[in-house]
Design a protein around this ligand. Structure first.
Ligand SMILES: [Zn+2]
Length: 68
């Protein structure tokens, strides 16, 4: 018989679905509704650091930096 590989279960879900850390500065991010004239609008993760303002799409894709 072929060697049996142990099934690996992804364990990065720890009940923190509503929390995300900024990929740039690791500050907590919050879901915000962003409306922009140039670029996609909708719900995004927004970095809470006022100097960073990194924006990440809910799907996980980096969406740039929000300029106020
Ligand atoms: Zn940040």
């Amino acid at each position: 018989m072929a060697t049996k590989k142990p099934a690996k279960i992804a364990s990065n879900k720890k009940g923190t679905r509503n929390k995300k850390s900024c990929p740039a500065c690791e500050t907590d991010m919050v879901v915000s509704k962003i409306l922009r004239d140039t670029g996609p609008s909708g719900m995004f993760w927004l970095c809470q650091d006022g100097k960073c303002n990194t924006l990440v799409a809910i799907s996980g894709a980096r969406a740039g930096v929000l300029n106020f």
